[in-house]
Design a protein. Structure first.
Length: 408
C-alpha cells in the first residue's frame, strides 16, 4: 500500500506540472509574396525556408525544440504586409522572416521597430532599409543595391558610353537602384548623363514597353540602364527590346538581370541578347563548389525545380537564425539580437558572410558578368562570372550613424 500511495503522489505531482517547455515549438513567422507580381520570388523563397526547416527538425530542432513556421502572404502589397506582420506578432512568433520586396519590406521594417519584433528580409535589396531606415530589430543576410549598383557603375565608367536612358518600375527598389547607380557613375565619369526626356518610371508588373522603347530609340542613347525593372517587367523589356533592335547599337545595363527571379521569362536562346552587363547572387551555370552542388541537388530533389537566389537566401537565413538562437541559449528576442550581431554563416553560393553588428547588413557580395544562354540548364545565365565581395562597397559605422541621424 505504501508503494501504491507513493506512486499515486508522484503521478499527481507530475500531472500538475505543465508539459516540458523543451517540447514546445519555436514559432518563426514568414511573410512572403506568394501572390502578385513578386510571387516569382516569394514562392521559391518560401520553399527554401520550408526545406531548411525540415532539415533542422530532422536533426532535432534547436535547443531540443522543433521549429514551426507560421506563414502569411503579403500579396506583394505594403498594406497587406503590415496587416499580416501584426497578426504574426500577436501570435507570439519569436521573429519574422520573409521573401518580400523592398516596398513591402519597408512597411514591415517600421513595424518591427514599433513592436520590437526581429525581422529578416530575403528579397528587399534597397540600401536604405539597413541605412536610413535601419534599426536594432531589422536584419538582412542578402546584399543591397549599394553593392551591385556601385560595382556596375565602376565597370561602366571604364567604358566609352556617356549618353544614357533609364527605365525602372516605380517602386522603392526601382528608384533606389537607379539613383545609386547613376549617381555613382556620374561621380566616376562626369561626362555621363541621362538624356533629356529619357527617364521612365512604369508600374510594377508592366510588360508592354512599346511606347517606352519607341521613345528610347528616338533619343539614340549609347546605353540603357534598366536595372529598376524586376520580376515580369525585366524579361518583357529584354525580349521586346531585342525585337525592336535596341541592343544592336545600345549597351544594356542591368545589375541584377542575372538573378533567376528577374530573367525567368527568358525561356529560349532567342530571347537572350548577348552582352547585357549584369549580376546575381545565384549563378547559372551553378558555382562549381561542393556547397553549391549540395544545395542545388537537395532543392531539386525536394521541389523538382531549379533553385533560385531566393531559395538559397531563405534557406541560409533560417540556418543563420537557428545558429543565433543556439548562441543565445534561449528563444528570447533581445538575446537573439545580441547573439546575431557579428555572427557569420556559410552561404552555398556566396561563401562565408557575416552580419555587421552596427547596421545588421551582411557582407554578402555579388556575381557579375554578361547575360547569356545556359544550354545545360535551358535558361538564362551569366558568362565570365566574377565574384565581388560586398565589404568594400558598404558604408562604415560613422556614415551609417550619420544617415540615420539625418533621417530623424
Amino acid at each position: 500500500m505504501r508503494h501504491a500511495t507513493v506512486l499515486m503522489l508522484i503521478c499527481a505531482c507530475l500531472a500538475s506540472i505543465p508539459l516540458a517547455r523543451a517540447a514546445d515549438p519555436i514559432l518563426i513567422g514568414d511573410v512572403s509574396s506568394m501572390s502578385g507580381p513578386l510571387a516569382v520570388g516569394g514562392v521559391p523563397g518560401r520553399q527554401g525556408t520550408i526545406m531548411a526547416l525540415e532539415e533542422i527538425n530532422q536533426k532535432g530542432g534547436v535547443l531540443g525544440r522543433p521549429l514551426q513556421l507560421v506563414t502569411r502572404d503579403d500579396k506583394s502589397q505594403p498594406e497587406e504586409a503590415g496587416k499580416v506582420f501584426r497578426e504574426l506578432a500577436a501570435q507570439g512568433v519569436l521573429l519574422v522572416m520573409g521573401t518580400s520586396g523592398s516596398a513591402t519590406t519597408a512597411a514591415m521594417n517600421s513595424l518591427a521597430r514599433e513592436l520590437k519584433l526581429p525581422f529578416f528580409t530575403v528579397l528587399g535589396y534597397s540600401r536604405f532599409l539597413t541605412e536610413e531606415a535601419g534599426h536594432r530589430y531589422f536584419f538582412r543576410l542578402i546584399t543591397n543595391d549599394r553593392v551591385f549598383g556601385n560595382a556596375v557603375a565602376e565597370a561602366m565608367a571604364k567604358q566609352p558610353q556617356t549618353k544614357y536612358c533609364t527605365i525602372a518600375n516605380d517602386f522603392a527598389f526601382g528608384r533606389d537602384i537607379t539613383r545609386v547607380l547613376m549617381t555613382r557613375l556620374k561621380e566616376l565619369k562626369p561626362g555621363a548623363e541621362v538624356l533629356s526626356g529619357c527617364e521612365f518610371w512604369v508600374p510594377l508588373g508592366t510588360t508592354d514597353f512599346t511606347p517606352n522603347l519607341t521613345a528610347i530609340l528616338a533619343r539614340r542613347p549609347q546605353a540603357v540602364m534598366f536595372g529598376g525593372l524586376v520580376a515580369a517587367s525585366a524579361p518583357a523589356f529584354v525580349k521586346q527590346g531585342k525585337a525592336f533592335g535596341l541592343f544592336k547599337d545600345t549597351v544594356g545595363v542591368h545589375p541584377s538581370l542575372g538573378m533567376p527571379v528577374n530573367n525567368a521569362g527568358l525561356t529560349s536562346k532567342d530571347d537572350v541578347p548577348e552582352g547585357i552587363f549584369t549580376g546575381t547572387d545565384y549563378v547559372y551555370p551553378p558555382v562549381p563548389t561542393p556547397a553549391s552542388r549540395a544545395f542545388y541537388d537537395a532543392y531539386r530533389k525536394r521541389w523538382n525545380q531549379l533553385p533560385t537566389e531566393q531559395a538559397a537566401n531563405a534557406h541560409t537565413t533560417l540556418r543563420f537564425i537557428v545558429k543565433a538562437i543556439e548562441k543565445a541559449g534561449k528563444a528570447d528576442r533581445e538575446a537573439f539580437i545580441t547573439a546575431a550581431e557579428g555572427l557569420g554563416i556559410d552561404h552555398p553560393i556566396l561563401g562565408d558572410i557575416a552580419v555587421r553588428p552596427f547596421d545588421h547588413q551582411s557582407t554578402a557580395g555579388w556575381w557579375m558578368g554578361y547575360l547569356t544562354w545556359d544550354e545545360t540548364h535551358k535558361r538564362a545565365g551569366i558568362r565570365d562570372a566574377k565574384y565581388l565581395k560586398g565589404d568594400s562597397y558598404l558604408p562604415g559605422k560613422e556614415e551609417i550613424e550619420k544617415l540615420r541621424s539625418q533621417k530623424k
